[in-house]
Write a protein that binds this ligand. Structure first.
Ligand SMILES: [Ca+2]
Ligand SMILES: [Ca+2]
Length: 488
């Protein structure tokens, strides 16, 4: 009897391994705090992002993609769990993901259970690796620190004086006299990712049987590359500052001096944070813009290393590539610096997806040069990837597959995109043309992107738009979870 059971198990493992072999790899690339200042989204006229632009041109560029939450931890947790904040109760950067969802099965582990080899490097979750979710990680997952060694100037701050405890210690910028390799950080992450794409997985698959599963043949990869820039501090090697001389720097196109005047009080409080006034006072606005452009240029070059490695590897034609940023970023728009807001500059994110021919969920693959303007959410990446790879959909998540839009970017799309701020009842809703912001105080804003792409004119109190306002209110999330409280 025992031998029959053993044989049956061996056959099922073989069966699932063979099915897995025909599945495409997933290269899952995150950039941190990158807004729409990339060439193909046109957010700033001076930005230099040839690699983001070439990736976008090779697949589908989503021009109305929104984050599920306007800061790192809830955004990334939503992506990796398929659960938006109003379902999970994780709304802010201070909450610990594993306290909120101790048993939650994240995207890489789900893929791993379906026969994939899940490996990652750099920042994917919020300053943790979460070792149980991965088969392999760089740096080594046991330490649960996703960052390789990165060069930092000895004396800090370099450019922006400290104003007080409220100021994030990393809000600072400088051109560093180091090479990419000496700088480390994302250079080391992208080097490791390139090596994984070229590794012969057959040998390691046989050698590294850890007893929990038998890896008999090459496995498809779920490979996650977390590029940390343009997250602060905006320190990058000086060569990336060179295309942006300070005297040439243009202010953000979305900045308007009296923009906050028509916001409700809750919006005004959120808009005018202390950073922008502090940066102004020290005449650092253009220097900050210069450093953000340089940090994006650097992140783009690191992306280029990964795309080149994929291009030269045997995996080139069998790999789905997904690139996203966890949320946008203000550089003075609405007198705000940083994130945590519902305006488009913060809620909208770069998202691009390329699917090769033969993917189970999209056999024809994506058409190079496609552009999609439907409002989509990053919380949909989980459902999209299981669908594209032919895996069973994960139960009990809120994640719609974007495959219909990858097949036809003009397809009907019944969904609006929801972006939470840092607590329940504070959220933004995005349709293709309209944006609605709701604060817990019941104050509201309404914008028409068709005539007002920078959201300069709040229409919520304009009687001419009362019907549209009522229509947008109907899209509000229902059964909103409270902030999950950790046990003392
Ligand atoms: Ca972030
Ligand atoms: Ca305004």
């Amino acid at each position: 009897m025992k031998s029959i059971v053993t044989l049956f198990c061996a056959l099922s493992i073989l069966g699932s391994t063979e099915a897995a072999e025909s599945r495409p790899n997933v290269l899952f690339i995150a950039l941190d705090d990158l807004n729409d200042w990339i060439g193909c989204l046109g957010g700033h006229p001076q930005t230099k992002t040839p690699n983001l632009d070439r990736l976008a041109a090779s697949g589908v560029l989503f021009r109305n993609a929104y984050t599920a939450a306007a800061s790192c931890n809830p955004s990334r947790t939503a992506i990796f769990s398929g659960l938006p904040p109003h379902r999970s109760g994780l709304y802010n950067n201070l909450q610990k993901m594993r306290e909120v969802m101790p048993e939650g099965e994240l995207l890489p582990r789900y893929f791993s259970k379906q026969g994939y080899w899940s490996a990652g490097s750099g920042k994917m979750l919020h300053y943790i690796i979460d070792p149980p979710s991965w088969d392999d990680y760089f740096p080594a997952k046991a330490k649960d620190n996703p960052f390789p060694h990165t060069f930092y100037p000895e004396k800090r701050p370099v450019s922006l004086p400290r104003a007080g405890d409220w100021q994030y210690v990393e809000t600072d910028w400088a051109a560093l006299d180091v090479t990419d390799e000496q700088f480390g950080g994302d250079w080391a992450v992208t080097k490791w990712i390139g090596e994984q794409l070229n590794a012969q997985k057959v040998a390691s698959a046989l050698a590294e049987d850890d007893g929990s599963k038998v890896r008999l043949k090459p496995q498809p990869l779920f490979l996650a590359c977390g590029i940390y820039r343009p997250h602060e501090p905006w320190f990058v090697p000086k060569q990336y500052f060179e295309p942006f001389p300070l005297e040439s720097i243009q202010l953000p196109p979305g900045y308007k001096a009296d923009d906050v005047d028509d916001l409700p009080p809750a919006g005004q409080r959120l808009a005018r944070n202390r950073y922008f006034a502090h940066i102004h006072k020290h005449e650092q606005w253009k220097k900050g813009i210069q450093a953000y452009l340089a940090s994006i240029h650097y992140a783009d070059a690191m992306l280029g290393r990964v795309l080149d490695a994929l291009e030269m590897s045997s995996q080139r034609d069998n790999t789905i590539v997904v690139l996203w940023s966890d949320h946008g970023w203000h550089l003075g728009e609405k007198e705000h610096w940083q994130k945590f807001t519902g305006w488009r500059v913060c809620a909208r994110v770069p998202l691009m997806i390329r699917v090769p021919k033969g993917a189970p969920g999209l056999p024809e693959g994506t058409t190079p040069g496609s552009v999609c303007d439907r409002p989509v959410s990053l919380v949909d990446l989980f459902g999209t990837l299981t669908d594209l790879c032919g895996l069973p959909p994960k139960a009990d998540i809120n994640s719609s597959s974007l495959a219909p839009l990858l097949s036809n970017p003009q397809a009907e799309w019944p969904h609006a995109a929801l972006t939470h701020l840092d607590k329940p009842e504070n959220y933004a809703i995005s349709t293709e043309r309209w944006r609605y912001i709701h604060y817990a105080s019941n104050e509201e804003e309404l914008y028409d992107l068709k005539t007002d792409p920078y959201e300069w004119t709040n229409l919520a109190t304009n009687p001419e738009h009362a019907n549209k306002l009522a229509e947008m209110r109907l899209l509000a999330p229902k059964n909103i979870a409270p902030v999950h409280k950790s046990k003392p």
